[in-house]
Write a protein that binds this ligand. Structure first.
Ligand SMILES: CC(C)(COP(=O)(O)OP(=O)(O)OC[C@H]1O[C@@H](n2cnc3c(N)ncnc32)[C@H](O)[C@@H]1OP(=O)(O)O)[C@@H](O)C(=O)NCCC(=O)NCCS
Length: 174
C-alpha cells in the first residue's frame, strides 16, 4: 500500500466488493465516448465474469480517497500467445470527479511498480485518440509512443485511431 499527497490517495489491490464501483467508474468511458472500445456498458453479471476470468498473475489496483474508490487500473494479457506473457497491457480509468488532480499519476505509477516487481518486461498501453490526458499521463510515467494505428476502431458512427505506447520495466538488454 502507498499514500501520496495532496489528495491522500490510498492504492490497494481490488477485491470483489469493489466491482460495483469499478463498473460505475469504467462505464463513463463507454457510453457516448470513444475512450473505451467497449460498446455496451458493463452490468453486474458481466463485470463479475470479467473478475472471475482474470488471470491471477495480473494485478488490478484501485485508488481510494476518504474510503471511496475513485479509480481503477488493471493489467491484461497484451496478446494471448504464450510468448507475450512477459508483457502486460495496462488500463486506467478514474471517476470523472477526480480528473486532473494527480490520482492517475499515483495509480498508474503504482501499477508500473507492481508489474516491475512481478517480473514483467514490458507494459503496453493502447489509447484511443484523441486523449491528451492519457497520452500526457503515460509519457510522464515513462511510456514511449511506439506508433499509431489509423481507423482501427469503429464506434459512434466514426473510425478512431489508437496510439500504442510501451514502457520498459527492466533495464534495456536484460
Ligand atoms: C487519463 C487519466 C487516467 C489521467 O489521470 P489524471 O489523474 O487526470 O492525470 P494526472 O492529474 O495524474 O496528470 C498526469 C499528467 O497529465 C497531464 N494532464 C492531465 N489532464 C490533462 C488534459 N486534459 N490535457 C492534457 N494534459 C493533461 C497533467 O498535466 C499531468 O502532467 P504534468 O504532471 O506534467 O503536469 C484520466 O484523465 C482518466 O481517467 N481519463 C478517462 C479514462 C482514460 O482516458 N483512460 C486511459 C485510457 S488507456
Amino acid at each position: 500500500m502507498s499514500r501520496s499527497s495532496p489528495d491522500a490517495v490510498l492504492i490497494r489491490d481490488a477485491v470483489e466488493s469493489d466491482l460495483a464501483r469499478i463498473t460505475e467508474i469504467y462505464n463513463w468511458t463507454i457510453v457516448d465516448n470513444h475512450v473505451s472500445f467497449d460498446t455496451e456498458p458493463f452490468d453486474e453479471a458481466r463485470r463479475l465474469r470479467w473478475w472471475k476470468d482474470r488471470p491471477v498473475d495480473l494485478p488490478c489496483l484501485v485508488a481510494e480517497i476518504d474510503g471511496d474508490v475513485v479509480g481503477v487500473s488493471y493489467a491484461s494479457r497484451y496478446r494471448p500467445k504464450p510468448a507475450y506473457r512477459s508483457s502486460a497491457e495496462t488500463t486506467i480509468v478514474l471517476d470523472q470527479r477526480h480528473l486532473g488532480r494527480g490520482v492517475g499519476t499515483t495509480l498508474l505509477g503504482a501499477m508500473v511498480e507492481r508489474l516491475r516487481g512481478e517480473g514483467f518486461h514490458r507494459a503496453i498501453a493502447i489509447v484511443a485518440l484523441p486523449n491528451d490526458a492519457s497520452i500526457a499521463l503515460h509519457h510522464k510515467l515513462g511510456y514511449r509512443t511506439a506508433g499509431v494505428l489509423t481507423d482501427v476502431g469503429s464506434k459512434l458512427g466514426e473510425y478512431w485511431d489508437t496510439e500504442i505506447l510501451e514502457r520498459p520495466l527492466t533495464p534495456e538488454g536484460s
